[in-house]
Write a protein that binds this ligand. Structure first.
Ligand code: ATP
Ligand code: MG
Length: 407
């Protein structure tokens, strides 16, 4: 490793728990990192002693590359770091020993002090945290903490503190190098994109379903999106906002994602006169799920994903959730089911979706009859489905579906 060139060091969490499949996950993670960093000034990405080391061509790009890496699922922590050649450090230590001096670690101290000074604004205390991945290094971690801690203290003039210090200067001892870093940022964890199979996400223009899609992407799923629009054509429905949401989500995936735009008119034509107002909302949701299930099968998706949160609105009571899809065999994943609106909104903001989610849009759910039944019965829904010929509505909707590739 070239001593002068800065790096970014990253860790992975859950992949480390995988047994025999670990290499498959690791390969996927590395491939995803390479794809998502395409065009960035990155020289190399290496898997070194349970860390990922991203070698930068341009130190000024550290922030931009870190931000991009944060979108790679499977990573746990990310930090710009400065590497110091292990051989040089060992040679200096040997010289100290031969001269009868205390071990100095000058190169490490200099970089640690500079880095601490650059990050100490607003900090009241610090600590040095050393980890020896390679334990053959001649100094122990407490030795290194003490020596480097003294240098940092001189530079920042802050007291040391072991528990919850504001500033942590990390020293990581690897076989080939020592890394110094202190701007550790939490990434999103999860599993590498594409490692958990394909899912069909029912995407509305709201806050919830984009977060639901994002959470399943974080579990390694590759999403297709299905959106139902009101109006005669997708152009007339002005689905710009939906496409923007998909583009934001595609920023977390190493390949373009598909959006399927489906008209709701085939449902509305047949529901009129056949579905009582009280059941229109749940029957409409049944139409959406049935159509999504068919489309999922044609697109090799193994599950449906929706943004339901238990009890949030009338159509999401436990009775209605159960009554709507008794005849759908694909698993229906509802990652938000136990979250409240505040928690969902916090994710929406965190992931950068919120600003787009709150743009005005006339979702087809918002124009349904206002007083839906809270305890729909599956046998009634099956009866209405026959009366209105739901199968035919689904077929007609699928025939009119338009696919857009985004990302
Ligand atoms: P969201 O914020 O995701 O719109 P919501 O709280 O408004 O959710 P509903 O309108 O009852 O709840 O919708 C529940 C779920 O049904 C959504 O999270 C989404 O998965 C799906 N859904 C609703 N409207 C549409 C649509 N027009 N196209 C595709 N899926 C939809
Ligand atoms: Mg909605």
């Amino acid at each position: 490793m070239n001593q002068a060139s800065p790096v970014i060091v990253a860790t992975y969490a859950e992949i480390a728990l995988k047994g025999r499949n670990r290499t498959v996950f690791m390969r996927k993670l590395l491939n995803n990192m390479r794809t998502m960093l395409k065009g960035a000034p990155v020289r190399d990405i290496r898997h070194v002693e349970s860390r990922l080391i991203i070698e930068l061509e341009d130190p000024a790009a550290a922030q931009e590359v870190s931000a991009q890496l944060k979108k790679v699922f499977g990573l746990q922590w990310i930090s710009p770091a400065v590497p110091i050649s292990r051989a040089e450090v060992e040679a200096a230590l040997a010289a100290d020993l031969a001269a009868g001096r205390e071990p100095g670690l000058d190169a490490v101290c200099r970089i640690a002090a500079e880095m601490a000074a650059a990050h100490s604004d607003g900090c009241a205390h610090f600590k040095v945290a050393t980890r020896r991945s390679d334990r053959s290094f001649s100094l122990t971690s407490p030795d290194i903490n003490r020596i480097v801690g003294a240098a940092v203290y001189q530079a920042v003039e802050l007291p040391g503190r072991m528990h919850h210090p504001d500033l942590v200067v990390n020293v990581l001892v690897l076989k080939e190098s020592l890394l110094v870093f202190c701007a550790k940022e939490k990434a999103y964890g999860g599993l590498p994109a594409g490692s958990s199979g394909r899912v069909m996400v029912l995407l509305s223009g709201g806050i919830d379903s984009p977060v639901a899609g994002w959470l399943m992407m974080r579990r390694g799923c590759r999403p297709d999106f299905i959106h139902f629009y009101s109006g005669r054509t997708a152009a007339e429905a002005d689905t710009d906002k939906i496409e923007k949401l998909v583009a934001l989500l595609a920023g977390y995936f190493p390949a373009p994602l598909r959006l399927h735009l489906v008209p709701v008119v085939p449902y509305e034509m047949r529901a009129m006169g056949n579905v009582p107002d009280s059941h229109d909302m749940v029957m409409f949701r049944r139409f959406m799920f049935k159509t999504a299930a068919s489309l999922a099968r044609n697109n090799k998706c193994r599950a449906l994903v929706s943004g339901d949160s238990l009890g949030q609105v009338a159509s999401q009571t436990i009775f209605n959730l159960g009554a709507i899809t008794p005849d759908i065999r694909l698993p229906i994943l509802r990652p938000l089911i136990g979250l409240d609106k505040q928690e969902i909104t916090a994710w929406s903001r965190e992931t950068g979706l919120f600003e787009t989610s709150i743009l005005p849009y006339r979702d087809c759910c918002s124009i349904r009859s206002p007083k839906p039944v809270l305890t729909a019965r599956p046998q009634n829904l099956l009866r209405f489905s026959q009366a209105m010929n739901l199968e035919e509505a689904v077929h007609e909707a699928l025939t009119a579906t338009v696919r857009v590739d985004i990302g």
